[in-house]
Design a protein around this ligand. Structure first.
Ligand code: C2E
Ligand code: MG
Ligand code: MG
Length: 854
């Protein structure tokens, strides 16, 4: 009958009806459609329907109601109903079964499952119909009965569920299907000698009473879960579903059983997943919390103590950012495993989220036990972790609370441990801290500050102040550094040191950093349109911002929006942010460089920059950290460091700027060492826009302090191919405190001139640049401001004198030169240059006697 059966599809949505129809077609069933409950009841009355697929959610009458009506009517009560529902929870299933529904299918409907359920139910219906006639059948001919039985058994045997027919009178099975044999490991014949009691794994309740209740109409159609025992003694879970049929004086109990071993295993897996962290396999926050509650109850009974630890890995984000998330995951797993090794079996380690772990330690003694464990943990984490080819060291900050001293509730203890962990972070990380009530106040202050900062972003309470950067050789302002200030209502102007760390910690730095870049670009554009002109601005970029992929997009957008030449924007990056992941850093830097922005390293010298790395970075400028400048004139180490940084930067063709220059002595020292630029209170503090504009409009220049001989600082370029002669020149002129640059070829000399403002050039007269142009000729063409003193062993003094007279040369000395005369000439050239630039009446040209030394 199954093939030719008529199936009624009840669903208010046409799409669903069509889909079910389509799915059923290959099985050769006849289908009827009903658009709602009323139409379904009418269809059942009119046609001979063998099975109904019934939607739950329908307007006016839902599926449960339809099922209840059909099942209450004796004419339709034997028609099996499959409820089609989107919900799979137990309550839905039970309501469906209570309404008399035989089966249910979940949406989206799986074709194979649909076929199986429909086929099984149609067979069961045939069987049910047969049973209803059981009494009649008994009276029929024996052969006829046998034939019927065989036919039905064949139908039953192909169902996936086990079916048992039990006689209430004998409490023995009177019929079983093939699946029942396979499921329990007994032959059919063996089963027919057994009854329900023989299959139970444990004697729970009396089957006779259960059956009587069923016969009485109680709990018919309800779903039971129980455990059966196979012939081999193994137990397995089943879901059981029973009907009763009267057969003469006896009652037959039809039990349909489904093996739910796999489903239970899946549910168990789900349970495990819901309570364990998938990465580390440790208890998750939910289970940790439950475990803590149990531990506290136990401790209350036994009068012992419990320590709750909250552990956060320091700078975990760096690992993720630098080595990738896979390595980050690996690290967390390994940390989890090490933590487990640090505690006793009865203690609990859980992963509370991200890089946070929790520990529950039950202990008899006081805090000392917790101290010991915290120390063990710190020791254990100190051993390097091996991740994707890298050895990584990590530290952690740990917060500890004690039950019952700090609190008695799980929530409170976890919260306080978290607070104490935060205290450990504040105190410099890689330490543990016990909770103290004061910490709550600290946290509240921090929370308040964080809230205020969020509001500050919305209310645009940030402003930029600008500090000029000055070129030492000219004294001119050559750029500005933008420094963030917060105009916090009720607090005045807050310096960045008080809020940047929190912005970084909370990730808010991203938003603020984007604003800083945009505001700086807007300001560059605004000044470009005024008499102030195009002036470069440097912005500070936090480590977190630098590693953020959106930084280059933000920059590109701002540059474009405001129409700024990219070279006017400079990024000041910190040494540490460049050193964390050199490979990625190099890529990022090149991407930024490709946009045309300038790059510099801020606070240089305090980190651990490796020269080899520095070479790979497309950096334009190094900024010597204020820490070296502060005592540069009194502390020899600081002086040496400063000198080394300047030399190194120059050899890598980078500019050097010193920050925090406050005194004339510092400035003179820096100038002597050839430092290119300075920034500091000596020239100007960071200023708000209006004040800065006054300074810029007045063309304020840095006046160099006077040198030992009353001369301000002069840069002298020495170009000499002969190394020995060059060294002699350096030694000779160094005494006068000049900033000395050297070159051994025309090309090197021109390169120095392009990088530095040079006032005096001392060079060999004949040094060729091209075959018909000398270096002197070319240099004086390109840099007419620089005064040239030439040395020659060939040039006739007469022609040299002529050149000096025309002003093309400032001086001439034949080789070997008179040291003192050359010294005087250079000093005079420096003064002359200053006079020219100070707009004073030009000094008389040097007397020929001084300038031309034969
Ligand atoms: P920084 O980039 O090294 O900035 C130099 C700091 O030194 C500034 O402090 C400046 O006011 C101060 N300073 C300048 N000249 C002198 C001087 O002669 N003597 C002394 N003692 N100090 C001087 P400020 O403005 O408080 O900024 C502190 C730090 O905050 C900056 O150090 C920078 O790292 C950070 N910062 C400032 N603005 C921003 C920003 O927009 N974004 C980010 N990420 N960080 C910023
Ligand atoms: Mg800076
Ligand atoms: Mg700095």
């Amino acid at each position: 009958m199954t093939g030719s059966a008529t199936i009624l599809i009840v669903d208010d949505e046409e799409r669903n009806r069509r889909l079910l129809d389509l799915l059923l077609q290959p099985e050769g069933y006849t289908t009827l459609m009903a658009v709602d409950g009323k139409a379904a009841i009418a269809a059942v009355a009119e046609h001979s329907v063998d099975l109904i697929l019934l939607d739950v959610m329908m307007p006016s009458m839902d599926g449960y109601e339809v099922a209840a009506i059909l099942k209450a009517d004796p004419a339709s009560k034997s028609i099996p109903i499959i409820m089609v529902t989107a919900s799979v929870d137990r309550d839905t299933r039970l309501s469906a079964l209570t309404a008399g529904v035989e089966e249910f299918l979940t949406k989206p409907v799986d074709r194979a499952e649909l076929w199986l359920r429909v086929r099984n139910l149609l067979r069961l219906k045939e069987y049910g119909d047969f049973l209803a006639d059981y009494g009649t059948v008994l009276e029929r001919q024996v052969e006829e009965r046998t034939a019927d039985l065989q036919r039905f058994r064949l139908a039953m045997d192909s169902t996936a569920d086990a079916i048992f027919l039990t006689s209430r009178a004998t409490m023995k099975f009177v019929e079983v299907n093939a699946t029942a044999s396979t499921m329990l490991g007994y032959t059919r014949e063996e089963l027919l000698t057994l009854g329900p009691r023989d299959l139970r794994s444990e004697a729970r309740g009396d089957p006779e009473l259960t059956f009587d209740a069923l016969v009485a109409g109680d709990s018919v159609n309800t779903l039971h879960k129980t455990v059966l025992r196979r012939k081999d003694g193994s137990d397995f879970p089943i879901e059981l579903h029973r009907h009763t049929r009267q057969s003469g004086d006896d009652w037959i109990i039809v039990s349909v059983l489904r093996d739910i071993t796999e489903r239970e295993a899946a549910e168990e897996r789900l349970q495990h997943l819901a309570h364990h962290d998938h990465l580390t396999g440790l208890p998750n926050r939910v289970l940790f919390y439950e475990t803590l509650k149990n531990a506290l109850a136990f401790a209350a009974r036994k009068k012992c103590r419990v320590a709750v630890m909250f552990l956060d890995v320091d700078h975990f984000k760096d690992v993720n950012d630098n080595l990738g998330h896979a390595a980050g995951d690996k690290l967390l797993t390994q940390i989890g495993a090490r933590l487990v090794d640090c505690v006793r079996l009865r203690d609990t380690v859980g992963r509370l989220g991200g890089d946070e772990f929790g520990l529950i330690l039950t202990m008899e003694d006081d805090e000392q036990g917790a101290v010991a464990v915290a120390d063990t943990i710190r020791q254990a984490l100190r051993e390097p972790f091996y991740l994707s080819g890298n050895h990584v060291s990590v530290t952690a900050s740990i917060g500890v609370t004690m039950y019952p001293a700090d609190g008695v509730r799980a929530e409170t203890l976890i919260k306080y441990a978290d607070t104490a962990m935060y205290g450990a972070k504040q105190d410099g990380r890689d330490i543990f801290r016990f909770f103290k009530p004061q910490m709550n106040t600290d946290v509240r202050t921090r929370l308040k500050l964080e809230q205020s900062l969020r509001r500050a972003i919305e209310n645009e309470e940030f402003v930029l102040h600008y500090q000029p950067k000055v070129r030492l050789s000219s004294g001119n302002v050559v750029g500005l550094e933008a420094l963030l200030r917060w105009e916090r209502p009720g607090h005045g102007l807050v310096p960045p040191g008080q809020f940047i760390p929190l912005l970084e910690e909370t990730g808010l730095i991203g938003k603020v950093g984007t604003w800083v870049i945009d505001e700086a670009c807007r300001q560059i554009a605004a000044w470009s349109r005024t008499d102030i002109g195009a002036l470069g601005i440097a912005v500070n970029v936090a480590g977190r911002q630098f590693l953020d992929r959106e930084l280059d997009e933000d920059i590109a957008t701002s540059i474009q929006t405001h129409g700024v030449a990219p070279g006017l924007l400079e990024l000041e990056l910190t040494e540490s942010s460049l050193m964390t992941n050199t490979l990625r850093t190099v890529e990022t830097l090149h991407r930024l460089k490709a946009q045309g922005v300038k790059l510099s390293i801020d606070d240089f010298g305090t980190g651990y920059s490796c020269l080899a790395y520095l070479r790979q970075f497309p950096i334009d400028k190094l900024k010597i950290d204020i820490a070296f400048i502060r005592d540069v004139t009194t502390n020899p180490t600081d002086a040496a460091m400063t000198e080394i940084i300047i030399r190194m930067a120059h050899s890598l063709k980078m500019d050097v700027i010193a920050e925090g220059v406050e005194t004339a002595e510092q400035l003179t020292f820096l100038a002597r060492q050839g430092c290119d630029q300075m920034q500091g209170y000596y020239f100007s503090k960071p200023l708000p826009v209006a004040e800065l504009e006054v300074l810029l409009r007045a063309s304020t220049r840095l006046i160099m302090p006077l040198g030992p001989d009353g001369a301000t600082l002069t840069t002298v370029l020495l170009v000499e191919a002969d190394l020995e002669r060059l060294s002699t020149l350096v030694r000779l002129l160094q005494r006068d405190g000049y900033r000395i640059l050297t070159a051994q070829s025309a090309t090197d000399g021109l390169e120095q001139l392009s990088h530095h403002e040079v006032q005096v050039i001392v060079c060999e007269a004949e040094l060729p640049f091209t075959h018909d142009v000398t270096f002197v000729g070319h240099a004086t063409d390109l840099y007419p401001d620089a005064l040239c003193i030439v040395l020659s062993d060939r040039m006739a003094p007469r022609s040299a004198a002529a050149l000096v007279r025309t002003g093309a040369l400032y001086g001439f000395h034949s080789i070997p030169w008179d040291a003192e005369a050359l010294r005087d000439n250079v000093r005079e050239a420096g003064r002359h240059h200053r006079r020219l630039n100070a707009d004073m009446t030009p000094a008389p040209a040097p007397s020929l006697a001084d300038a031309v030394q034969v």
